[in-house]
Ligand binder design. Sequence first.
Ligand code: ADP
Length: 493
Amino acid sequence: MNKFILAIDAGTTSSRAIIFDEKGSTVGVAQHEFTQYFPKESWVEHDALEIWNTQLLAIREVLKNTKIKASQIQAMGITNQRETTVLWDRKTGKPVHHAIVWQDRRTSPICEALSKKGKAELFYKKTGLLLDAYFSGTKIKWILDQDPEVRRKAERGELAFGTIDSWLIWNLTDGKVHVTDATNASRTLLYNIHTLEWDKELLDTLEVPKSLLPKVVSSSEVVGQSHSGLFDHEISIAGIAGDQQAALFGQMCIHPGEVKNTYGTGCFCIMNTGETPVISKNRMLTTIGYQINGKVTYALEGSVFVAGAVVQWLRDQLEIINTAPEIEALAETVENNGGVTFIPGLAGLGAPYWDPHATGSIMGITRGTQKGHIARAALEAIAMRTREIVIEMQKDANTTFKTLKVDGGASTNDLLMQIQSDLLQVEVIRPQTTETTALGVAFFAGLATGFWPSIESLSSIWKVDRKFTPQKGSQNENVIKTWQQKISQVTNA
Ligand code: ADP
């Protein structure tokens, strides 16, 4: 009987379930979107029960559509939108508040107050993270502070905290297993990435009771079984990783110095730094890449909040394209950017600026400026923001990359990939499977259960679709020089 691995990809906008075979090929996919709540400006919430229900539906659907029985699933792995915070009642299993999503900025004042008290250094040293609303810690504090009864319950040990991985595993196991993996824990501001423990000093600083927290496990180990009522057979849960870390592994960046960049709504660039956590001097994050057999592999991470979102903006607000992929043909109608620079600070600027107040701008417009120039400048903007991050990472890690592995929706844009290769002067490699996030966590689950014998055996599954080799030219230098002048005009960071 053929066996398969099930990957659960619990994303920011949808719940997906994907079945992979032994060759790492996708056998089936099911997907359900769920509601995004925006109760106030800069607040973003999800209904955790809806996430669970849509996820369950997606799993049942993919099994049904592929006619694969649960007994044929060797194991499942879970990869998830990171940092999004759920608190629920251990007895009833009901969330005590909507999940606060990673994009939500409501806890910025908490971060600013802690920074004023000089706490940023403490968090950075222990967690490798900047004291920012993006991470879970201050979101937990906010949920506890908004209702005294919630805090009392937490202090009595009646509540549980989890990122979406924990929440789904709790539900899959009918409340028997409360765990998270090291990659997800490393995004909470509460987990010491050096000692690999929840950190008392950080918990005290954020007033988070320890009893809320899940047990931290490896990214690749059997943590439990789905409970018998859910599918026609129990399924082992054997892999967990935050989405970007899962993509790092799915791209087979398994040696120090290997790096992947995901081009989605934002860009997430992560480099494997091996057994040593590299402390950034350039405002990159130090994080856990993955943990296998107890051994941690560290990573450096830089994120751009607005990347593919620029293309969405051109489509939905400026309406110069009807679909995202059309931007490629539009940008091809011109030979260069015609002097236009697009600074994509539509939601502030992330690494290395970390300037929440920066705004976007399109500069250098003349009477001769065409739509194509703006489209081209937008693609250059995505590539330039990535370039800035890659350059800072190289400085931190004291290395130069020769290749960049890419994935995500916008990586299908050949022109963008060529621009990226030219502006970075590195080879850009796009794999055949763009489902690298799901594949990465399938790898973790498969490794833990003997579906694949070793990390080395996975390397033959990862296959190149296309390589983009750098072309030299004065045009690249002009783009870089003008960009650097223009971006300094929109940020004080
Ligand atoms: P996410 O996982 O963040 O939702 P995806 O990986 O699905 O993102 O990628 C979607 C993003 O990529 C959107 O922002 C979209 O505008 C952009 N995108 C999709 N196709 C293209 C393309 N061919 N060229 C440029 N951008 C694209």
